[in-house]
Design a binder for this molecule. Structure first.
Ligand SMILES: Nc1nc2c(ncn2[C@@H]2O[C@H](COP(=O)(O)OP(=O)(O)OP(=O)(O)O)[C@@H](O)[C@H]2O)c(=O)[nH]1
Ligand SMILES: [Mg+2]
Length: 416
């Protein structure tokens, strides 16, 4: 676990005040970070914790990787890291423990078709582990909870909306985790391109029924950001305290590659270019601070609540229902089998109708009644013959009964 003494970000007062409520016991959040390779995930995480914890240059031999591109489930095993962020505000310390889950190879391979399913399985597994702990008779006081509360999904702005892989991946996981879409490397786009990409991505999200986290009526007013009246946004339009967070999605961020101190001795992130530098905390350049405030401050608890009360609860209900059904479903050889009728032999509709009727000894003792009812289909001739056989047998029994009755009457007459 890495402990980071954190900084005073500009305009974090409202949020940090909110966070102080939970400061005593400390807040904990589990984030999953997904997205194509090289989209800036590690850089973002390093900015978040002010330290180079996540290597931004992949520490694998690229040549070996290229020679080794066959699909292998093991490659998709997640990496987890726990970071402790300590925010200092007016001499008060606020600790946020961040559990980070990364899938280093997801979106990296030539064939990524396995990745969405495996990520979904991972999320299911975390739900299942929690459910198992919850169902124990002797439950631990604090259950080991590894359920990711947020998935920060990094998107490459291509001016063509979402690519096929991102659609598939988001569709697979959107009912298991709160997705927040992010356009990374926003410095590579003009204001117009950025507006267009935000729109195209949101259109694709709606069109493909991807459920991302819904901020509902929450506006910037309730976040960490103190906007006086209006200020210019990254897309060149104005934002106001009343601007809805949903209208800003996907957040467009630039992340820094250096940390320096400003004139007030606060740490700030900068991205250096050959022609100059930009300050990441400048909200007209990057929505990083805005997103950070929402993630670790104003909406931290909302992400957890939605995960626990909606996403996990839905999983739990379905799982328990499924288990209940499985438990009750005992294959019973005594279950009534359908009576064979002409209709039942010729059509599935009549088969289902006859299935609810009681079993006759005739069909039960019939050798074919032990098999699948489907096997009766096409045996109409045989069954007609069987009925005839039985009728013949009945006639013989009837004759035998009549014979016996006759004998009884004769015996009675003779007084035997
Ligand atoms: N121009 C620009 N470059 C960025 C930005 N964020 C990250 N980068 C650069 O993009 C490159 C890849 O960044 P990483 O953070 O390693 O990306 P990643 O998504 O972790 O990559 P993988 O782990 O390989 O999938 C690095 O050279 C970063 O410095 C950004 O906002 N703007
Ligand atoms: Mg990385």
């Amino acid at each position: 676990m890495t402990v980071i003494q954190n900084i005073n970000y500009s305009n974090l007062n409202t949020g940090t005040l909110r966070l102080q409520k939970s400061a005593k016991k400390g807040a904990r959040l589990c984030i999953m970070v997904l997205g194509d390779n090289g989209t800036g995930k590690s850089t973002f995480l390093n900015n978040l914790c002010n330290e180079n914890i996540f290597p931004t240059v992949r520490q694998v031999n690229y040549l070996n990787t290229l020679n080794d591109l066959e699909i292998d489930e093991k490659k998709y095993e997640p990496i987890t890291e726990t970071i402790e962020i300590v925010e200092e505000e007016n001499t008060k310390k606020i600790t946020i423990t961040l559990d980070v889950v990364l899938f280093p190879y997801a979106g990296y391979m030539v064939d990524n078709s396995m990745a969405p399913g495996l990520i979904k399985n991972y999320l299911d597994e975390q739900f299942y582990k929690f459910l198992k702990e919850e169902k124990r008779i002797n439950r631990k006081k604090s259950l080991n909870d590894t359920r990711p509360h947020v998935c920060i999904y990094f998107l490459r702005a291509t001016s063509r909306g979402l690519n096929e892989y991102d659609i598939k991946c988001m569709q697979e996981i959107c009912n298991k985790v709160n997705i927040i879409p992010i356009i990374s490397k926003a410095d590579t786009l003009t204001e117009d391109e950025l507006s267009l990409n935000k729109k195209l991505i949101m259109d694709d999200i709606k069109k493909n029924n991807i459920n991302i986290f819904d901020f509902q009526d929450d506006s910037l007013e309730g976040t960490l950001i103190e906007i006086d009246k209006k200020e210019i946004s990254i897309t060149g339009e104005y934002i106001y305290p009343s601007t809805l967070i949903n209208d800003l999605l996907p957040f467009a961020i630039i992340c820094g590659n250096q940390i320096i101190k400003d004139e007030n001795n606060n740490l700030i992130h900068i991205r250096k270019y050959p022609w100059g530098q930009v300050v990441i905390e400048d909200r007209s350049i990057s929505e990083y601070v805005l997103f950070k405030g929402i993630l670790l401050g104003s909406h931290l608890q909302d992400f957890k609540d939605t995960t626990i009360n909606i996403l996990y609860e839905t999983y739990r209900t379905n799982k328990l229902l499924q288990e209940g059904t499985d438990g009750e479903f005992i294959e019973n050889p005594e279950l009534p089998l359908p009576i064979l009728t002409k209709n039942s032999i010729s059509g599935s509709q009549s088969l289902s109708r006859s299935a609810s009727r009681p079993q006759s000894s005739r069909s039960r003792s019939h050798p074919r009644s032990e098999g699948n009812t489907d096997s009766y289909q096409g045996n109409a001739t045989n069954d007609t013959e069987t009925v005839k056989d039985l009728e013949e047998q009945n006639k013989l029994y009837q004759m035998r009964i009549e014979e016996l009755e006759k004998k009884l009457k004769e015996s009675a007459k003779l007084g035997i």
